[in-house]
Design a protein around this ligand. Structure first.
Ligand code: PLP
Length: 392
């Protein structure tokens, strides 16, 4: 037998696996040293009351003959589709059940969506980028072109006349840079995709961190997007579901490419390869969209935003170039004194015990930058600011 040789074209390790390895080595050599984790984008606050109550109630329901559920509907239960549609309706985006697909995480959804694309498609991703878009297409053997996200373009690349791409991944607010596209900028991408018969895959995993009301939280706030875009969203960073696992994909029902309906193809793929998000988790997800659930989300996101504000203030004081931190849980900053990302990663780890993420791990244009997350306690963030003062 033969294995998928496209895997030979991947970096040897997933970025966060390399970081974990370095941190494990450091801990083994320095068992007494405490670390502050500002690297991997995992949340730290516990699940909210509404979510845990809904989870327990659903578990109790499953323990009764009348309430037991086995395999669920492929696109998700009607109660959750209603809740998601209601969430979008508040922003003036009308969705029907046929346009919503509940998943078990935006990583799974964004990585697996390429199952429905032909191998010949050219894929465009920004550089730096959330590695999943890039790696999943490399695994499938597709050509991936990189669009440079740089300090000069505010880490928000725009289409150029000569860009040849069939599928374009956009992430706003961006992981890793925290940069956010305006509605006008997204309109340029939408017009480009419609004109060139391309498809935009829009990752809105961090939409809950947008505080500026003029910035779009969904690509479907942009005119013309229904004929060229699919949106991915996650419950991980707003409701703390990184270990609970829930997400949704929005595919407008009229969206077609190559003479075929995208939503129908995705449903065909899901019904073959996925047996749904657990009923208990779908009930927990429904609770996130209630009035009380949304109040809790605002509180949770607000807590992390306060940390981000501390970091923004600190980097402003240090006079170090950074982006993000305002409409995003991430601060993306330039390593001082011309150090490389990994050099400064090692310095932060060894000298002050802060775990960051080296920007170079997200792409060539990430070299010289690092990412810090605000997913932490206020106390740890304040301590990190003091420690950063020592080295910056
Ligand atoms: N999309 C982006 C841009 C992310 O940064 C992440 C997680 O860090 C995900 C998707 C994955 O989210 P999930 O936990 O829903 O799989």
């Amino acid at each position: 037998m033969k294995l998928n040789s496209n895997y030979d074209n991947l970096k040897q390790n997933y970025l966060f696996a390399t970081i974990e390895q370095k941190v494990a080595e450091f801990k083994a050599n320095n068992p007494e040293r405490e670390l502050i984790y500002m690297g991997i984008g995992d949340v730290t606050l516990p699940l909210s009351k509404s979510v845990t109550e809904a989870t327990k109630a659903a578990a109790d329901e499953m323990a009764t003959a009348a309430g037991f559920r086995g395999y669920g509907p492929y696109r998700g239960y009607g109660f959750l589709l209603d809740a998601i549609a209601g969430y979008y309706a508040k922003r003036g985006v009308d969705l029907c059940h046929e346009e919503i697909f509940v998943g078990d995480g935006a990583k799974t959804d964004t990585a697996c969506f390429s199952d429905i694309f032909a191998k010949e498609n050219v894929i465009a991703v920004s550089d730096p980028v959330y590695p999943v878009y890039f790696d999943s297409n490399i695994m499938d053997g597709r050509e991936v072109v990189l669009i440079a996200a740089t300090r000069e373009n505010g880490f928000l690349p725009m289409p150029s006349e000569d860009l040849k791409a069939d599928v374009i991944y956009l992430c706003s607010p961006s992981n890793p840079t925290g940069a956010v596209y305006t509605k006008e900028q997204l309109k340029v991408w939408v017009d480009f995709a419609n004109k060139n018969d391309a498809l935009i895959l829009f990752d809105a995993a961090y939409e809950a961190y947008i505080t500026d009301p003029s910035l779009p939280r969904s690509i479907f706030e942009v005119e013309g997007s229904r004929t060229c875009a699919v949106e991915f969203c996650s419950l991980s960073k707003n409701a703390g579901f990184t270990g609970t696992r829930a997400s949704y994909v929005i595919i407008p029902k009229e969206l077609e490419r190559d003479g075929k309906n995208i939503g129908k193809l995705w449903l065909r793929r899901q019904s073959t390869k996925f047996n749904g998000t657990p009923y208990i988790i779908q009930r927990a997800t429904e609770a996130v969209f209630t009035e009380e659930g949304q109040r809790e989300v605002a509180e949770m996101v607000g807590y992390y935003q306060e940390n981000a504000r501390m970091l923004v203030d600190a980097f402003t004081e240090f006079g170090i170039f950074f982006t993000g931190g305002v409409n995003s849980p991430y601060i993306w900053f330039e390593a001082p004194k011309g150090k490389t990302s990994w050099e400064f990663f090692d310095l932060l780890l060894n000298e002050v015990g802060i775990v960051s993420t080296p920007g170079a791990g997200f792409g060539v244009n990430g070299e010289g930058f690092l990412r810090l997350t605000s997913f932490n306690t206020h106390e740890n963030t304040a301590r990190a600011v003091e420690l950063l003062k020592k080295v910056l």
